[in-house]
Design a protein around this ligand. Structure first.
Ligand code: GLA
Length: 399
């Protein structure tokens, strides 16, 4: 039976009627642009071919009944008037976080019956949380006729994730990717805020890897778990922020984010920064060069120079481990990326996302995909999952 049909039936069995709306939102792959989002820089992203589906119907009261494959087979209930924070990390905090943000726009929404189903791996790295937030927000907004610019909708979901109920200090990459990506395209994002928009530019870049006989694959060791909020993520973010006035002083110009520091400017004050704070020097170096790498990667892609594009991805990964130390206390990540990129047929390979977990992105020649997996399993050991994907469609309504 078709997956959607069986989900519809499951919804009817749980709630006694068919869903009125079905929405979806995908997980994301960070193609390049590592930790650049909260530094107002650039990134290139894709939606992966795994998504979170939400089925919903309106109720006449203020009750939310919600079931989720993987979290709650039978519906759990709470009232829209009583959305207290649950235990840290509880999946319902994400649901309540999105509801709270939507109620700031439309306080009079009614209760709902909801069923959620996802095949986005939840162990970190492909943004299962953004997929949940965007899928839910898209469904609820359709159900209640709330119209909102898709960029603002994604930004609202980021606010939910940053807010009191979830409290993860992530940038805008994940929600923007899950919300805005298009099938067969990579999404270029410029995170410089403009007016009330969190980005100043976005561009859909067509990509057809089959023409190059290559594929993207995400590789993850699900046993290496991390929580972004308690990882080294907040400390790295804070150090970047701390460096901004220091660089402004050193460069004698106005700097409000690392995005405004060019490679040449960084080189001119590298030594001084090193003497002041070697750790800060490394973090800043990663971000400044990473922004340039994103622009170079876009240029290579648009010129059809796929091997160059792949090399830039690999350089990004080296910098993330050496300078941003995203493998601190995660030797599995070091092993995964350093072993993987040596294998024949790998055009580019890098870690992906926040770090401190074992997750990577590889661009691999199709002729070598099977041997790549075999050799990586041999080098790494058991436990790797391979998620091949083609750039897919961002959040939307299925029915
Ligand atoms: C995580 C965060 C994003 C971004 C990436 C690193 O996925 O949620 O906001 O900072 O890490 O690029």
């Amino acid at each position: 039976m078709h997956e959607l049909e069986s989900l519809r039936q499951r919804f009817s069995t749980l709630y006694g009627a068919s869903p009125q709306v079905i929405s979806q939102a995908p997980g994301r792959a960070e193609i390049i642009g590592n930790h650049t989002d909260y530094n107002n820089g650039y990134a290139l992203a894709a939606a992966i071919s795994r998504n979170t589906i939400t089925l919903l119907s309106r109720r006449d009261d203020r009750l939310i009944r919600i079931a989720s494959h993987g979290y709650a087979a039978d519906p759990v209930e709470f009232s829209l008037d009583d959305m207290k924070k649950g235990e840290h990390g509880n999946w319902l905090n994400y649901v309540k976080g999105v509801l709270r943000e939507i109620m700031k726009v439309k306080p009079e929404i009614a209760g709902m019956d909801i069923l959620i189903q996802s095949d986005v791996p939840s162990s970190g790295g492909v943004s299962s949380s953004a997929a949940l937030e965007l899928s839910l927000a898209t469904g609820i907004m359709q159900l209640f006729g709330i119209e909102m610019d898709p960029v603002k909708k994604a930004h609202m979901c980021q606010k939910a994730e940053n807010g009191e109920l979830i409290g993860i200090p992530c940038g805008f990459l994940d929600q923007a990717s899950s919300g805005l990506c298009q099938k067969d395209h990579l999404l270029f994002l410029d995170f410089q805020p403009e007016g009330d928009m969190p980005i100043s530019e976005m561009k859909q870049i067509p990509i057809d890897l089959s023409a190059h006989d290559m594929s993207f694959v995400v590789i993850v060791d699900k046993d290496v778990k991390r929580n972004l909020g308690t990882s080294g993520y907040p400390a790295r973010r804070a150090l970047c922020e701390k460096s901004v006035p220091i660089l402004a002083d050193m460069l004698g110009k106005e700097v409000s984010s690392l995005r405004q520091v060019s490679v040449a400017e960084f080189v001119s004050c590298r030594q001084k920064l090193e003497e002041l704070d070697p750790e800060m020097r490394k973090r800043v170096e990663h971000i400044v060069y990473e922004n340039q790498r994103v622009l170079d990667a876009v240029r290579a892609l648009e010129a059809g120079e796929i091997e160059t594009f792949g090399r830039i991805l690999t350089d990004s990964g080296k910098s993330a481990l050496e300078l941003y130390e995203l493998d601190a206390k995660t030797p599995e990540l070091t092993k995964l990326v350093t072993q993987g990129r040596l294998i024949e047929g790998v055009v580019g390979m890098r870690n992906m996302g926040g770090g401190f977990s074992a997750i990577a992105l590889a661009l691999v020649k199709n002729s070598h995909m099977n041997t790549f997996k075999e050799m990586l399993d041999d080098a790494y050991g058991p436990g790797l999952e391979y998620i091949p994907f083609v750039p897919s469609e961002g959040a939307g309504i299925l029915s």
